[in-house]
Ligand binder design. Structure first.
Ligand code: ZN
Length: 159
């Protein structure tokens, strides 16, 4: 998110299962922030500009209109700023760095494999979480993880 904050919805918790599983998600999202992927997409800048313009307009209007505007901004944000998936290259980078970050924080990076497999399984059937809709897991991602885990494991075992 703008300002480098990371936000996690409770909808992901059944898939993360425990603290280590949540560390997979946090590591991955922190990696996106550290690698500056959001500004690469430039959508946040657009969102901030449009949000600022809409807010000043909203100040001069009635509460109901302000509320509607807020919903408009949120809908726009969901499309261009939040729900747009990262590119495959950015995803791979976030996966690799994320594993290293979680390992440095003391979490076993091998947990990531199970997490992404559960993500893949949860793609069938129920309505996907926001994280899932922007992070579709596939065979390529899981295969890449198997390559990245040994590197991250060095950081975990070094502690
Ligand atoms: Zn990602």
């Amino acid at each position: 998110m703008p300002g480098g904050k990371v936000c996690v919805y409770t909808g992901i918790l059944p898939v993360t299962r425990d603290e280590s599983g949540l560390a997979v998600v946090m590591g991955h999202e922190i990696a996106h922030a550290v690698a500056n992927h959001s500004s690469e997409r430039m959508s946040h800048q657009l969102l901030v500009q449009m949000g600022g313009a809409a807010l000043s307009t909203a100040m001069a209007q009635s509460p109901q209109q302000t509320q509607n505007l807020f919903l408009d901004i949120f809908g726009l944000g969901s499309q261009v700023g939040l729900l747009l998936p990262y590119s495959r290259v950015q995803e791979s980078e976030a996966d690799r760095l994320g594993l290293i970050f979680m390992a440095m924080a003391g979490y076993d990076p091998r947990v990531a494999l199970g997490f992404w497999q559960r993500m893949a399984a949860s793609q069938q059937g129920q309505a996907p979480s926001e994280f899932l809709s922007t992070h579709p897991s596939d065979v390529t991602r899981i295969n890449n993880l198997k390559v990245y885990i040994p590197e991250a494991l060095k950081y975990y075992l070094k502690r």
